[in-house]
Design a protein around this ligand. Structure first.
Ligand SMILES: Nc1ncnc2c1ncn2[C@@H]1O[C@H](COP(=O)(O)OP(=O)(O)OP(=O)(O)OP(=O)(O)OC[C@H]2O[C@@H](n3cnc4c(N)ncnc43)[C@H](O)[C@@H]2O)[C@@H](O)[C@H]1O
Length: 139
């Protein structure tokens, strides 16, 4: 069984720009991802994504809108074990909403697509962000 995690690619619109929420871990390699985390027993993926987004970024589900038709999975190995991360796309309704980090993250950025891809060093996460961006340009 793969390790399972879920999260939200949160975006906001500022003037004509779409910006993605990227957060840097305070541990390990200090890598950057959207809010996400492990699926707890008894939770479904979407419940996990919402819980982790609130825990890690302080954003409640009343503050954003999930784009129901967009759901993607990343698959990669962690310490030799397969891991799957399910992401939904969600728009922050009030772009001025404050992000409140937990101890798990040391920094965040609202990054336009090229900057978000620069922060996401893994190719599959970069591709996912680009897919989100293309989706938002055409929907
Ligand atoms: N090194 C460490 N030291 C201390 N505490 C730690 C720790 N790692 C995790 N923790 C603890 O574990 C908890 C995390 O739990 P959660 O917050 O519930 O789960 P997560 O986001 O899925 O964790 P993680 O950051 O490990 O996952 P990711 O897949 O991004 O990353 C897992 C690995 O996969 C790599 N990775 C990330 N995205 C990848 C991708 N797309 N392709 C290939 N590798 C990728 C990352 O660089 C990383 O090496 C934290 O509370 C933290 O305290």
């Amino acid at each position: 069984m793969p390790v399972r995690a879920a999260g939200l690619v949160v975006f906001r619109r500022v003037a004509n720009e779409i910006q993605y929420l990227m957060m840097q871990t305070s541990y390990g390699e200090h890598h950057w991802t959207p809010p996400k985390g492990h699926v707890d027993p008894g939770e479904n993926d979407l419940q996990t994504a919402l819980r982790e987004t609130e825990e890690e970024a302080g954003l409640k589900d009343t503050q954003f809108k999930i784009v129901e038709s967009f759901r993607k999975e990343l698959h990669y190995p962690v310490k030799g074990k397969p891991k799957v991360v399910v992401y939904w796309l969600s728009e922050l309704l009030d772009p001025k909403t404050e992000v409140k980090l937990s101890k798990e993250h040391q920094a965040f950025e609202w990054a336009e697509i090229n900057r978000a891809c620069e922060l996401a060093k893994y190719q599959d996460l970069q591709d996912l962000l680009k897919e989100c961006h293309s989706f938002l340009q055409t929907n």
